[in-house]
Write a protein that binds this ligand. Structure first.
Ligand SMILES: *Cc1c(COP(=O)(O)O)cnc(C)c1O
Length: 417
């Protein structure tokens, strides 16, 4: 017997209703995506798009990956939630994968990036006060950074627009210029507990620090006996071509936060630390009802297993991310001469920014109308975050659309007059 399919709504109907019932917190594209497969998604009117945003670096394995779908289905049919009053097998399995493939000895699971950073701030403060010096509580963060929207995370964020209207903000955060080890060293005082850094700043336009900055920051922390926290919420889980971006800098952090790519779309965040630091937390010092629930952890464990295993030709998805990232950078540099408004093309792995000397939004909108999803970061940067499974043909298709969109968006529209 055939079950009647629910009424299919058009883009327009969904958008109209969305604008009535949802809080006006986002500047959304005028599109309602309803289905996905691999690197492609379809909207409610049936239009196809190549997804080079991946839900903001979330769907690393693309959409509807058969193994993730079946891991979710299987776990949903077995056990979705029980609370952290119990030991949870998928949570243990996921923590083991993270510990075995990182600097960390222990993991705490939560539900988002902001929540992971809240946990990191709490852990760093508790460790510093109790095990370094009772007067240490301050976190030094970077100008231009983004750490999330909760009160402590937005206070740690180095962008005024994220904080406007929400004061009084919690005390204990200071900011120094990004990529300036001398400024960082000079900002350390007897109150400093930790330094918080994104290895590459994502939301402020794929800003890559100079080689040696993270190692210099590690040196500052070691000299002063304070902690280095890396926010790898965007850079982690293969985005930059290694499982974690810190692996490319020859250092390890003391604490690291993850979220976006970890569950391939199922909400999950994680806080990782060394044994010594993790021991600052005890029963009752931190928690989350949903954090690490069986469903989210089963999805994340399946995601990590797929990312870490060898492909048919011995190549991992990390290798693919490096190769496709280099291919995209080469292709974008090849078309650059045609576009004088492009001032920089940069990236690590599949975290790529095209910097313009003007607003990036018209280019992103033009690309969308031509069937490519990207976004504008920091106003003037077109940001590409394709799935790690992206193929060379898909990368070439994206370059072709961007080439056309850059040309089109740079000429004054024919309909404007
Ligand atoms: C997205 C992001 C966050 C916030 O994550 P949410 O899940 O939206 O709370 C924090 N830090 C970085 C670097 C991010 O890219």
């Amino acid at each position: 017997m055939k079950t009647p399919s629910p009424e299919r709504l058009s883009n327009r109907r969904i958008i109209e209703e969305s604008e009535r019932v949802l809080m006006p917190t986002y500047g959304r594209f005028p599109v309602a995506l309803v289905r996905g497969r691999g690197c492609r998604v379809w909207d409610a009117d049936g239009k196809e798009y190549l997804d080079f945003l991946s839900g903001v670096a979330v769907c690393a394995l693309g959409h509807a990956h058969p193994e993730i779908t079946s891991a979710i289905r299987e776990q949903a049919g077995q056990l979705v939630h029980v609370s952290n009053y119990f030991h949870i097998e998928p949570q243990v399995r996921l923590a083991r994968l993270l510990v075995d493939h990182s600097f960390a000895d222990r993991v705490f699971f939560c539900n988002s990036g902001a929540e992971a950073n809240e946990g990191a701030i709490k852990l760093a403060r508790k460790y510093a006060k109790e095990r370094i010096d009772p007067g240490r509580f301050e976190i030094i963060a970077m100008a231009g950074s983004f750490h999330g929207r909760t009160l402590a995370a937005l206070t740690a964020t180095g962008q005024e627009k994220v904080k406007a209207g929400f004061d009084p903000l919690p005390p204990g955060f200071v900011h120094v210029p990004f990529d300036d080890a001398a400024a960082l060293e000079a900002a350390v005082t007897e109150k400093t507990a930790a330094v918080l850094i994104e290895p590459i700043q994502g939301e402020s336009g794929v800003r890559i620090p100079s080689d040696g900055f993270l190692a210099a920051a590690r040196g500052v922390c070691d000299r002063h006996g304070i902690l280095l926290i890396l926010d790898e919420i965007q850079t982690g889980i293969g985005r930059t071509g290694t499982l974690f971006a810190y692996e490319q800098c020859g250092i390890v952090p003391d604490i690291m936060t993850l979220a976006k790519g970890l569950g391939n779309g199922v909400p999950i965040g994680a806080l990782l630390a060394t044994e010594k630091i993790a021991q600052a937390f005890g029963p009752g010092s931190h928690g989350s009802t949903f954090g690490g629930n069986p469903l989210a952890c089963a999805a994340a464990a399946a995601t990590l297993s797929v990312i870490l295993r060898d492909g048919p030709r011995g190549e991992t998805l990390l290798d693919n991310a490096l190769r496709m990232g280099a291919h995209l950078l080469a292709g974008l540099n090849a078309i650059r001469a045609k576009h004088p408004d492009v001032t920089d093309v940069r990236g690590r792995g599949l975290m790529i920014g095209i910097e313009l000397n003007r607003d990036a939004k018209p280019v992103v909108d033009e690309a969308l109308s031509r069937g490519l999803i990207a976004n504008a970061a920091a106003g003037n940067v077109v940001r590409l975050l394709p799935p790690l499974i992206v193929t060379e043909a898909e990368a070439d298709e994206a370059i072709e659309i961007l080439d056309a969109a850059l040309l089109r968006a740079s000429v004054p529209s024919a309909t404007a007059c």
